[in-house]
Design a protein around this ligand. Structure first.
Ligand code: KDO
Length: 335
């Protein structure tokens, strides 16, 4: 806790300095450069949406410069880079934000969001305002829009004969790669597995060598990163309807004219909406292809997973950070 607090206080100071620098920039700048860092690939739907929709919409005043596969900044370091003024944008997760603001773990909790539309209703609801404001004030990052990554499932190297996943008890001892933050590790343990933190860029190799037993991601990611080549089964746990935020430098934002701000906001919303539709489409159509590659896909006992995962959060340190009543508000926005 002390580390987090110290880190946050330091960042607040950095941001304050950055914002002063930001306001000194000319608001009419015609040749700005918006750099974006993501650990996703170029063909990932979120990357494609940014390149195909966001970039042309802001082209009259800014060049869009994306860096894929964690090449500009390593996974999990992007928000700090924006905060320090070294990066304009990222495709940020709630789990990354929870490292600075533990209450963001509520959006990273298993079986909370129900679907893509629910994510949008939650993001646009006034309940999000204090969350967004805090990120802006203390990290110097504006959360422009919510992107859909999809339903995460458990994807293992073992055949179903070796490991048949019906309930969380069947994941006991399974070395499951999860991204490297507390919120992700908690979710992996809540599923009943033994979570191992690993950067996204390392997952394929770790699966192929057997350094880990499995990973969790939505079907489009399994195809995009060819995880089907090195795994044998997917248990459709749907334990997290995963999202990302389009994160934007507050210092750069403050340097834009009112028209430019409106254009950036519209471009982010349009890219998120476009990417969401594409991702939903892929999610609904990729199972046959994955099966044709020799990967068995099946649905475990979802009620058992939901009950077990939710029970792990009750009384947890993460849940203690959630503002009173917000979980109920999120649930009320569901179907
Ligand atoms: C991953 O590392 O498994 C993950 O899916 C986590 C997401 O939050 C997101 O960052 C994503 O990776 C990357 O954008 C790569 O697709």
């Amino acid at each position: 806790m002390i580390t987090k607090f110290t880190r946050r206080a330091a960042l607040t100071a950095i941001v304050a300095a950055g914002m002063v620098a930001g306001t000194a920039m000319p608001s009419f700048a015609a040749d700005m450069e918006f750099t974006l860092a993501t650990s996703g690939s170029e063909s990932d739907q979120r990357s494609a949406a940014m390149a195909e929709v966001f970039a042309p919409m802001i082209a009259s005043f800014a060049d869009y410069k994306p860096g894929y596969n964690g090449t500009l900044f390593a996974q999990g370091t992007e928000l700090e880079a924006i905060s320090r003024g070294n990066l304009t944008m990222s495709i940020a997760s709630a789990q990354e934000l929870a490292q600075f603001f533990p209450e963001f773990s509520i959006f990273a909790t298993g079986y909370v969001h129900q679907d893509a539309a629910h994510q949008v209703r939650v993001f646009n609801n006034p309940l999000m305002d204090p969350f967004k404001q805090k990120v802006e004030d203390e990290l110097g990052v504006k959360l422009l829009s919510v992107m859909y990554l999809g339903r995460r499932h458990v994807n293992l190297r073992q055949t179903r004969e070796e490991v048949n996943v019906r309930t969380p008890a069947d994941l006991k001892g399974i070395n499951l790669r999860m991204p490297g933050t507390d919120a992700w590790q908690f979710l992996g343990a809540a599923l009943g597995a033994s979570p191992t933190p690993l950067a996204f860029s390392e997952v394929y190799t770790a699966l192929s060598t057997g350094a880990v037993d499995g990973q969790d991601n939505p079907l489009p990611t399994v195809v995009d990163k060819k995880f089907y080549e090195v795994t044998k089964q997917i248990a459709m746990t749907a334990h997290l309807v995963d999202l990302n935020y389009i994160a934007f430098s507050k210092a750069t934002w403050d340097s834009l004219s009112a028209d430019q701000k409106m254009t950036v906001q519209r471009a982010a919303d349009a890219a998120a909406a476009y990417g969401r539709l594409k991702q939903l489409d892929k999610e609904n159509s990729l199972a046959d292809f994955i099966r044709s590659q020799g990967v068995e896909i099946y649905t475990p006992d979802l009620a058992a997973f939901r009950t077990h995962v939710q029970a792990q959060y009750v009384g947890s340190e993460a849940a203690a950070s959630w503002p009173e009543g917000v979980l109920e508000e999120i649930n009320a926005l569901g179907n």
